[in-house]
Design a protein around this ligand. Structure first.
Ligand code: AMP
Ligand code: MG
Length: 419
């Protein structure tokens, strides 16, 4: 055997890359039913169908300013005079046909009268009065066509304005409403069951006895899942004995689209999720993922419900929720989730990374010139919820990333301020 076997990572068992794990998780997930929802209720939810405009915006040519609707040919030079023949206000169009030498008083959003081709700005004219018959004198010659918004400038009836899978924001709701819609077909919110596992866990509010801790993961996940637009369903705490996971899932108070467990993801004698999954007679993935925190992850189906088994350590579980659960919920909701990444300057030096993609808990800030600066926390222990709670970003370091120095640029995933 050669003396030099190369770097240690070449001989260690392979780990599943984060992107591959995510692909496999998403592959098995599809949204189920749709429902018709009022547009005012759809913020954060994904459209199940495309939406075409029912109306054109604006529906007719309208004025962009207050002034006079004129023919440019009647305003050849300063001093040209026109006679006011009517008024077009928003919601009260003038229905006549404008003759030569005439001007129609007009206001922003009002329909352009037949025969007019230009808006003479109010401040570029003087008027002898605000009544019909008044003389309007041109002070500043208008450019032909100025300040007219043609019909359909913004949206034309029949245009595809939104595509299926779009997650609706307040501004997209405004667009759909403007184009004549009041409702949309939306994917139903998925029901996500949350199951904690462990003999050491005491429900929140309880008093931990010797060796016990408060179960915090389920509350974090319930909040996270709700913020992602799904319905969290509490499945309680499964104790570390065979069959407990299966019976908690079967006791769910509602049909589930996904089960998320925490803990018990190792292969210790007290970790029974894997056995329970096998007992439920379906496919099972027990993965070691090339990431830190969050190496062990379980993926499979329990009674044919997709299951994602997150690690027990609170920070690992939370980071995995950001990386895997959020896109999974998006997929079940008919949308795609792509985490926003930004480049930021490192505030401290970092040693070379090993074969696992690292998600360093960090503080993202901006210097006096508005440049993003990121400071990874000194302690990166995946059991330390206080460090994660104080972070507002994760520095994402790819496997084998070289040593970095303060001032180097790194990729950062800002954490959702409410998650
Ligand atoms: P396990 O994967 O079950 O060995 O859990 C790993 C670590 O996470 C242990 O220290 C557990 O006590 C902790 N842990 C597991 N579940 C929870 C939970 N629901 N809330 C807080 N900590 C947990
Ligand atoms: Mg456990």
């Amino acid at each position: 055997m050669p003396m030099n076997e190369g770097p240690k990572h070449q001989t260690a068992p392979p780990l599943l890359a984060v992107a591959d794990a995510l692909d496999r998780i998403l592959n098995g997930l599809v949204p189920s039913d749709t429902e018709i929802c009022k547009l005012q209720d759809v913020r954060g939810r994904a459209l199940a169908t495309d939406i075409a405009a029912r109306l054109s915006l604006p529906p007719a040519a309208v004025s962009a300013m207050d002034g006079y609707a004129v023919r440019a040919a009647d305003c050849p030079a300063p001093g040209a005079r026109l006679t006011r023949a009517g008024e077009s206000a928003a919601g009260r169009p003038w229905n006549g046909s404008m003759g030569k030498g005439e001007a129609i008083r007009i206001f922003t959003g009002a329909v352009i009268p037949d025969g007019a081709d230009t808006i003479l700005l109010q401040e570029d004219a003087s008027a002898t009065g605000e009544t019909d018959g008044a003389t309007i004198t041109v002070k500043e010659v208008p450019r032909k066509g100025q300040f007219i918004r043609p019909a359909g400038l913004d949206v034309s009836a029949g245009d595809m304005i939104l595509t299926a899978g779009t997650v609706m924001s307040a501004r997209l709701i405004a667009l759909a409403i403007s184009a004549g819609h009041t409702e949309a077909s939306i994917w139903r919110r998925p029901n996500v069951g949350i199951l904690s596992t462990g003999d050491e866990l005491v429900p929140p509010g309880g008093t931990p006895g010797p060796g016990q801790i408060i179960s915090s993961n389920a509350t974090y996940l319930a909040s996270f899942i709700a913020a992602c637009g799904a319905v969290p369903i509490d499945l309680g705490i499964a104790r570390d004995r065979p069959g407990a996971v299966l019976s908690c899932v079967r006791a769910a108070p509602a049909p589930l689209d996904l089960v998320v467990t925490t803990g018990g993801a190792s292969v210790g004698v007290h970790d029974h999720i894997v056995d329970d999954l096998s007992a439920s007679g379906t496919e099972l993935g027990f993965w070691k993922i090339a990431m830190r925190p969050g190496k062990p992850l379980i993926h499979g189906r329990i009674d044919d419900i997709p299951l994602l088994g997150l690690p027990g350590n609170p920070v690992s579980s939370a980071v995995c929720a950001n990386i895997f659960l959020r896109p999974a919920i998006a997929r079940l909701s008919g949308a795609d989730h792509h985490p926003q990444m930004i480049a930021a300057r490192l505030a401290i030096d970092l040693k070379a990374n090993d074969r696992r993609q690292d998600y360093l808990r960090a503080t993202l800030d901006y210097d006096s010139q508005g440049r993003a600066v990121v400071t990874p926390a000194r302690k990166q222990d995946s059991s330390m919820i206080s460090i994660y709670a104080g972070a507002n970003a994760l520095v994402v370091r790819p496997p084998f990333d070289e040593a970095r120095q303060a001032g180097d640029m790194v990729m950062v995933m800002p954490l959702d301020p409410l998650l």
